[in-house]
Design a protein around this ligand. Structure first.
Ligand code: UT7
Length: 332
């Protein structure tokens, strides 16, 4: 093992189509008041013709510019909504970014995908396999939402966020201070797109076609999200040698402001330490943490030297956390 993986650049991308709660209330039995009070979401952005790869390319370009580089050795793309079932989206993104014949692959860990991607890229760097990596979380959930399902349609948004990691030293600002990752496949039923895989093909010979839309059992997922993110955060804080009270900013997966506050309560962390971005973009799954980082850094909410805790939770079930001292980098 050599050194550490250090955050060196940060970028983001949102589609142009703004979708307000009022607009959704015209076609669904819902209201701005319900959505705001139960989730904290005011609006989200949905693609109009763009793909996950398109958003990933823009966010990736911004992250490379933020890092002041035009080359990396590895591209890891976390997504649940790839451009195609096959091939992975990352190689095309790498090619469109003119990165040459670098290693490039997708990671599927639903809303925990970005933290899983960070861990995977950091492990490559720490093992000396590569010197730098572009890690992207990119999603277009609007392409898998059932427009008639008010329990999911009001929650999810599209977008992408990306970071550049470089080989560096454990003591420097931006160094990722360890990871806690986990899963519980016995509750895979809680968040599912039933059709399209090998177990339930979209056009099977001997069974009715399985649904292609995203489904989620909100209530149990809520409970798991709070418990798993809080425990994972505790584990990674212990690894970093930090007390919860010493955390300046908690950047959790942006599923629901009530979940973020409940995790803060469990950690005995002031609720105002939770960075909130879901009011602006909804739940963007694997893109939610890098989008929240971009916004918080861009607004000066994250300052160089701040202690930052990241925690994610998603379908699978999966979860993951990491921690870092914030570096002095621009968010583009
Ligand atoms: O990103 C991956 C991880 N995902 C999460 O962490 C999401 C976790 N879950 C949640 O954030 C929340 O469970 C939801 C936001 C999804 C739902 O909020 P809730 O407070 O748990 O609502 P609920 O599902 O218990 O539903 C309460 C009521 C129900 O009506 P009844 O049965 O009480 O008459 C729902 O039918 O609210 C109704 N409802 C709605 N009403 C208006 C559900 N969705 C809507 C809606 N508009 N969009």
């Amino acid at each position: 093992m050599t050194g550490a993986a250090v955050l060196g650049g940060l970028g983001s991308a949102l589609p142009s189509r703004l979708v307000t709660n009022e607009e959704l209330s015209e076609s669904l039995d819902t209201s701005d008041a319900w959505i705001r009070s139960r989730t904290g979401i005011r609006q989200r952005y949905w693609v109009r013709g763009e793909s996950t790869g398109d958003l990933a390319v823009t966010a990736g370009r911004h992250a490379l510019k933020s890092a002041g580089v035009d080359a990396v050795d590895l591209v890891v793309l976390a997504t649940t909504t790839p451009d195609h079932p096959c091939p992975a989206t990352a190689p095309e993104v790498a090619a469109r970014l003119d990165l040459g014949p670098v290693a490039a692959y997708d990671i599927a860990a639903v809303c925990s995908g970005f933290v899983y991607g960070l861990a995977s890229a950091a492990a490559h760097i720490e093992a000396g396999l590569v010197d730098s990596a572009l890690v992207i979380g990119a999603e277009t959930y609007s392409t898998i939402l059932d427009p008639q399902d008010r329990t999911t349609s009001v929650i999810f948004g599209d977008g992408a966020g990306a970071v550049v990691l470089r080989a560096g030293e454990a003591g420097q600002c931006g160094a990722l201070l360890g990871f806690d990752l986990g899963s519980d496949g016995s509750r895979r039923d809680l968040i599912v797109v039933p059709g399209g895989g090998s177990r339930a093909r979209t056009a099977p010979v001997d069974a009715p076609p399985a649904g292609r839309y995203f489904t989620m059992q909100g209530k149990p997922v809520f409970r798991h999200a709070v418990e798993r993110m809080a425990q994972s955060a505790r584990n990674v804080l212990a690894r970093a040698g930090w007390t919860p009270g010493s955390v300046d900013s908690f950047v959790g997966h942006q599923a629901n402001v009530r979940i973020l506050h409940a995790v803060c309560d469990q950690l005995d962390l002031d609720r105002d330490r939770a960075v909130t971005d879901l009011d602006r973009v909804g739940n963007t799954s694997a893109a939610s943490i890098p989008l929240a980082l971009s916004r918080a850094a861009g607004e000066g909410r994250l300052a160089a030297g701040d202690r930052v805790l990241l925690a994610a939770f998603g379908g699978g079930l999966t979860w993951g956390s990491t921690a870092l001292v914030w570096p002095d980098i621009p968010a583009l």
